[in-house]
Design a protein around this ligand. Structure first.
Ligand SMILES: Cc1cc2nc3c(=O)[nH]c(=O)nc-3n(C[C@H](O)[C@H](O)[C@H](O)COP(=O)(O)O)c2cc1C
Length: 384
């Protein structure tokens, strides 16, 4: 193992072994009907399973019907969801790939358009075309931006309800065969909108100072931790900063990550932004390879919590360096995996650590080994 590049060192968290440090990032595909996974989801996630990453995190999935972001988002609040996901988790297990579910609530960004329709609030034309609009909830009656729906400011009853829905969603995820859970606390959705002073303008015990604003997400972390088996890892994706004047900062995230860790969160998945219509990640951050890695590095160093880095991690050498240099424990691959679902195995090839193709699906191994030998022999002959 010591000869293996650190990107391929297994990592054990609680009772689960991640065979490598490569995680397929949660990516919503907005293609469900009433939250139920269908053939699209099975085929889409099966590609990733065959690419043999260290884990796959299935896209943002609503803890309630009301908590879905769009009409096309999946849910984990009814028996048909549990049943629908089983096909996906069974195939992940067949391939030996740990699979997590990202559970979330859209908050004031619920009842919106799919990205390819504009990512904005649903319009009359969308509704006439069959989309259903519903009332979004949030910490305060503050819309995301001008022209967006004013969310209902959640009272104690709604807070209690949604907390319970997160716990039940986690129970359902376990029943659906997931190996771990990620709580979506990022990108301007409900839980992130509670921590950020831009969206949380409450003056009760769920608002005000940092402790008050963190209270609801931390309560959710507690109930989800209690709802899943002790040996099951629990991740939380956070927005490490809003990137907006007067917003949530990286210093706040250091405090938040420590509190999450104290409540049994094993991995903090370090993203940013989303609390404005300007896009999912901190709009002010200069884009470049691994542009959010410094977040993962800082939280890992200062809090001593395991972290996952994400954002334009595309090259195997770069991904390996992030792990080798101790900047993060896991790297999440997003769009690059859409382009190349076999990215983890191509990274294996890049480092030339599997000459016999043993890491590939065994149905391919026999053929690829001989194919590769033949190619190399003909290349040698051509060079002579
Ligand atoms: C199609 C698509 C859907 C996404 N959906 C989610 C999601 O469901 N949950 C989430 O936390 N992030 C989501 N993201 C953000 C990605 O997980 C990732 O953080 C982002 O794309 C940056 O990584 P990348 O440069 O490797 O793509 C999505 C990104 C894309 C491209």
């Amino acid at each position: 193992m010591t000869d293996l590049p650190p990107l391929f060192h297994p990592l054990t968290i609680r009772d689960l072994e991640f065979p490598s440090r490569i995680v397929i990032s949660p990516m919503d595909t907005y293609t469900a009907d009433e939250g139920v996974p269908n053939d699209w989801h099975f085929a889409h996630y099966s590609k990733f399973a065959m690419g043999r990453p260290g884990a796959v995190i299935v896209e943002a999935t609503g803890v309630s019907r009301q908590g879905r972001i769009t009409n096309g988002c999946m849910g984990i609040y009814a028996p048909e969801h549990i049943e629908g996901f089983r096909r996906i988790t069974d195939f992940m297990k067949y391939n030996g790939v740990p699979c997590g579910l990202q559970i979330g609530h859209g908050g004031r960004k619920s009842s919106t358009q799919r990205p390819w329709d504009g990512s904005g609030p649903l319009t009359r034309a969308n509704i006439d075309a069959g989309e259903e609009a519903w009332e979004p909830w949030g910490p305060s009656a503050v819309p995301l931006s001008e022209g967006w729906a004013i969310p209902k400011a959640m009272g104690q009853a709604e807070i209690d309800l949604v907390r319970g829905e997160f716990a039940q969603a986690a129970v359902n995820a376990v029943a659906a065969g997931f190996d771990f859970v990620e709580i979506h606390m990022a990108h301007g959705y409900l839980l992130q909108s509670f921590v950020s002073p831009i969206s949380n303008q409450r003056n009760d015990s769920y608002g005000g100072d940092l402790q008050g604003r963190m209270r609801f997400p931390l309560e959710v972390a507690e109930v989800v931790r209690a709802a899943i088996p002790e040996g099951m890892p629990l991740f939380a994706r956070i927005s490490c900063e809003d990137g907006m004047e007067g917003g949530w900062t990286l210093e706040d995230s250091v405090v938040f990550a420590a509190e999450l860790k104290a409540r049994g969160i094993d991995v903090v998945d370090c993203s940013s932004g989303g609390n404005s219509p300007k896009g999912a990640t901190n709009a002010n951050l200069k884009r470049g390879p691994g542009y959010q890695v410094p977040y993962a590095e800082r939280l890992r160093a200062e809090v001593g919590v395991k972290t996952q880095a994400v954002g334009l991690i595309r090259e195997p050498e770069f991904a390996n360096r992030v792990i080798a240099e101790g900047r993060a424990d896991l790297v999440a691959i997003g769009r690059q995996a859409l382009v190349d679902p076999f990215w983890p195995l191509h990274a294996v090839q890049h480092f030339d650590i599997d000459p016999d193709f043993k890491r590939w699906p065994h149905q391919y191994t026999w053929w690829l080994e001989k194919w590769d030998k033949g190619i190399k022999a003909s290349q040698r002959a051509a060079a002579e």
